[in-house]
Write a protein that binds this ligand. Sequence first.
Ligand SMILES: [Zn+2]
Length: 314
Amino acid sequence: MSSTYFDTGLSFYQHTLADSFHCLGRGLHSGMKVSMTVQPGDENSGYIFRRRDVLHGNAEVVARWFSVGETTLSTTIINKLGVRVSTIEHLLAALRGCGVDNAYITLDGPEVPILDGSSLPFVRQIRQVGLTKQTVERRALVVQKPVQVADGNASVSLKPSALPRVRVDIDFDDRAIGSQSKQVVVAGRLFEQKLAGARTFGFQDDVQALQKLGYARGGSLQNSVLVDEGKVLNEGGLRFDDEFVRHKCLDAVGDMALAGPHLLASYHGQRSGHRLNNLVLRSLMAEHGAAENLSMREAMQWWQDRTGSHQAFH
Ligand SMILES: [Zn+2]
């Protein structure tokens, strides 16, 4: 029997980083300079943030769906004492997308550095330090009944799937974006190849109003794709023709990592954002029998029993 889930490169065992790595940059929304270190994490610890600048009380914030406190323009996790970490989604997408189950992340400010606005700088650092296989089996959250949340014409659904899939459809009035749709299986090197480099984006017309409200204060053409009336203002243009929808898929990978175990589901977001991403996880966890927490090995067996055959990786 293979040592990976359906030969997808998703190991049956937990992995952590073989060494620490360091990032220095500004927060997209706060504009604050942040120094961040990502270190190997113990088995079963998941992703734990620690604020070095919070000297009293509990400075740890666990990156799980129940810690999400704010979802305006980014995902913010908050602990019981009100200690917060914002814009965690691009880092979490890189960790989950590269197969890192456990990591400690220490930072000296309230927001993860935005770097180039994508997950690529994190992915490069993860690949540079490499991974270490741990001895405990990896867990999977197997979605067994469809769950959906909606708000107006926006929605997110999770449906049973043998492989972790992400599909997003977006539809913007600005013709630089328009209607885009993308589906990716998040296994093997597909996250790195198809999603990691897609940058966050915004509209020139919104920048001033957002900055007045305390958002996008660290935003620049170095860390965001900026759109203005049908045009992309960044000198080098786009990294992918459909970079916008790919970034939305990347955000979904990061937000779904907050499930804890690997989410074995087909995610479908329509005009979705961080708020619905969190709501769909809350509704999945609240609904009895909607998901089952199994080892990755048991999850594969469950799928084989259900379909009666070996599901090929495609
Ligand atoms: Zn994003």
